[in-house]
Design a protein around this ligand. Structure first.
Ligand SMILES: Cc1cc2nc3c(=O)[nH]c(=O)nc-3n(C[C@H](O)[C@H](O)[C@H](O)COP(=O)(O)OP(=O)(O)OC[C@H]3O[C@@H](n4cnc5c(N)ncnc54)[C@H](O)[C@@H]3O)c2cc1C
Length: 402
């Protein structure tokens, strides 16, 4: 029987899985199934350049269709959702039929969370897909007064894009300091100031009770009774792994967020079945703990690793990484490596912003603003398990010579 690798999820991790499979010399069939009608495309620009560049940008597609169909020889099924998985028969149910597999990579990513009771009316959006971004961009083109619900990274980038256009924007955040779970309290406070310095009205410690307007948003009512006028409400409430269709499959899903549980080789507990990208929890051997990341770099790497391991399980290699993400606000590039660290976050003195994170006596992570070379040096230090003292000495030398 001819082998068939089926990849569910036709975006970053899915595409990288297909490319890696061909690079290993795999000559069997590859079916790439994607619920969105678009070619695989890059999401990070959607909350950045896509929103604030003067000309409406094209779809940030990774590859032309001809590359996918001819060079990679993919059986490309776009606009088709997987609806069921039969692990015994090795069949994926699709909304237009079914496809059998010998190896399977699950790369369905995550869906934007909405707010309970959020009305489906014009002017209220999440930001996950290129269609979401087009709607948000169109509202900004029309000069929208914007309320962003949630001061996470994507919401903050939307605020930054609106301010770049000179538009009024309010960010409403339930926590008293933004981003504490991602970057810690001290650094979160610095980012709150960055919003304020750039003219964003930041409301902390308050929630959105309801969206006002009948068929179109006209504002929001906050939990303290304040009403804010708005033509555009962007909900940045995080994302949830897209695993609804796997609920009855027998695969293990995380009890808290429903993500697909994988081992350190990204195997999902059944022969030939692997997970990759935003959807996957996996055991990261570098930190000896289970994690699920929503970061571009790990999604790309995991896609490739999952395909390689699926096609040659006898030689499967663990996937370990120092998590890395970036975010662009108000003309600044924020970069983070590692994990935020349970024990301490220390902001180092210096002209440019640097914070280090400690776990026990070990360097757990680092965050920089506008220092792309330095952050990669810290990534290497985290990877080789540098001690806290070593990291402080390195930082001291760097900041002293800056
Ligand atoms: C607006 C935005 C900005 C971002 N900015 C940054 C950044 O600056 N830096 C950074 O490190 N990361 C950033 N990220 C995160 C990064 O883009 C993601 O980590 C990455 O896209 C994950 O890739 P993925 O392939 O795992 O999942 P996705 O990109 O979510 O792709 C999964 C695909 O699977 C499809 N799918 C879902 N269910 C099914 C189904 N049942 N059947 C078929 N197909 C299905 C989905 O429609 C989707 O197309 C950003 C994300 C967003 C949304």
């Amino acid at each position: 029987m001819r082998r068939r690798l089926v990849i569910v999820g036709a975006c970053l991790a899915g595409l990288r899985a297909a490319e890696a499979a061909r690079r290993t010399g795999f000559a069997g069939e590859i079916t790439l199934v994607g619920a969105e009608p678009h070619l695989p495309y890059d999401r990070p620009p959607l909350s950045k350049a896509y929103l604030d560049e003067p000309e409406a940008p094209a779809l940030p597609a990774y590859r032309d269709e001809s590359v996918l169909r001819q060079e990679l020889d993919l059986d490309l099924r776009l606009g088709v959702a997987a609806t069921a998985l039969d692990l015994e028969q090795r069949v994926v149910g699709l909304d237009d039929g079914e496809v059998s597999y010998t190896e399977l990579v699950l790369a369905t990513g995550a869906r934007a969370r909405t707010l309970p009771g959020m009305p489906a009316i014009a002017g209220v959006h999440t930001l996950r897909t290129v269609d979401d971004a087009a709607a948000v961009r169109a509202a900004l083109d029309g000069g929208a007064r914007t309320v962003v619900v949630g001061a996470g990274f994507i919401g903050s980038e939307v605020a930054s894009g609106a301010r770049k256009r000179g538009l009024p924007v309010t960010v409403v955040e339930l926590a008293h300091t933004p981003l504490t779970r991602s970057v810690g309290l001290e650094v979160g406070a610095v980012f709150a100031d960055l919003h304020r310095q750039n003219g964003t009205d930041l409301r902390l410690g308050v929630g959105v009770e309801s969206v006002l307007g009948d068929d179109k948003a006209s504002g929001v009512r906050l939990s303290d009774g304040t009403e804010l006028a708005a033509d555009l409400v962007v909900v940045g409430a995080g994302a949830a792994p897209a695993t609804d269709w796997l609920r009855d499959s027998g695969l293990q899903l995380d009890e808290r967020d429903g993500g697909l549980v994988c081992d350190e080789t990204l195997n999902a507990g059944y022969p030939g079945v692997y997970g990759a990208g935003d959807v996957a929890h996996w055991h990261n051997p570098l930190f000896d703990r289970r994690m699920r990341l929503e970061h571009w770099t790990s999604a790309a790497e995991q896609g490739a690793a999952a395909a390689r391991n699926a096609l040659d399980p006898a030689a499967a290699k663990p996937y370990g990484t120092v998590p890395y993400f970036w975010s662009d606000w108000y003309g600044h590039r924020i970069q983070f490596v590692g994990v935020p660290g349970a024990d301490e976050a220390r902001v180092l003195p210096g002209e440019k912003f640097l914070a280090l994170y400690r776990e026990g006596d070990r360097l757990a992570g680092a965050l920089t603003v506008d220092q792309p070379t330095l952050i990669m040096k810290f990534r290497r230090l985290v990877a080789r398990r540098a001690t806290w003292r070593e990291a402080l000495e390195f930082a001291g030398a760097k900041t002293a010579s800056a």
